[in-house]
Design a protein around this ligand. Sequence first.
Ligand code: G
Ligand code: G
Ligand code: NA
Ligand code: MN
Length: 256
Amino acid sequence: LLLEQELRQGIERGEFQLYYQPKVNMPTGQIDGAEALIRWFHPKRGFVSPGDFIPLAEKTGLIVPLGEWVLRSACTQARVWQDAGFSPLRVAVNLSGHQFNENEVDLNGLVVDILKETGLNSSYLELELTESILMENPQAAIATLHKLKSLGIRISIDDFGTGYSSLSYLSQFPFDVLKIDRSFICQLPEDDKNRAITIAILQMAHRLNLKIVAEGVETKSQLMFLEEHQCDEIQGYWFSPPLSAKDFSDLLHSGK
Ligand code: G
Ligand code: G
Ligand code: NA
Ligand code: MN
């Protein structure tokens, strides 16, 4: 079977799962959020990496139903954790450009419906968008972001520093969080240039009243560097890889 057909089937047969990677608040060290990352466990192929099927899902338009499933599942899970008595976590969902294009998806309507359905308060939902998605049509993106923000959800720019957005848009896109791409983080703290870039991004973002998340934090020395420069949240293997909902629950129970 072609991967495309299997993707279609996989959606019908429920072969997808969301994994969750903790986002850790600095300085408290508490888990205050989780990024939902899709996983496909195919009955014959085994684990298929999102790097292999997300581009195909985007090309075929299957990202629209798949993305809707991701959003609904993530909000449902966030509500489950709240109902279990854990202090509320913000759940972050990655969006693809198709979901952000108003000609293809009524994202605002979908978010409203899913929040209502799951009973999740809008302040616990975060959407992660890349610079490239926003730059496809910056004017439309600004309007869409304003609508989403008025619902009370958080908007993040993902993989910051790797796209081609002009700095002038930073002040025009109404977002709340900037995620420094892991390509800058992985060479910290040794590399002078990445150190300078990271410090500059942190200072600029704070002056713009944005929260900063560092992605791909793998070492203690990276953590210490980021702490010293007032990074707000960290995410990466140093604390935890993405986990199944069950393993994430166990982590919450352990009170780490
Ligand atoms: O988790 P991992 O590193 O394997 O993810 C690989 C890529 O797939 C990342 O760029 C990530 O943003 C993307 N990805 C993971 N889950 C989703 C999802 O639910 N929707 C979209 N659009 N992309 C996702
Ligand atoms: O594109 P996006 O930022 O959404 O992708 C997140 C991806 O980064 C996921 O595939 C996740 O598995 C991966 N990831 C998360 N933490 C780390 C880390 O510490 N190191 C590396 N190399 N990858 C990470
Ligand atoms: Na992301
Ligand atoms: Mn990212």
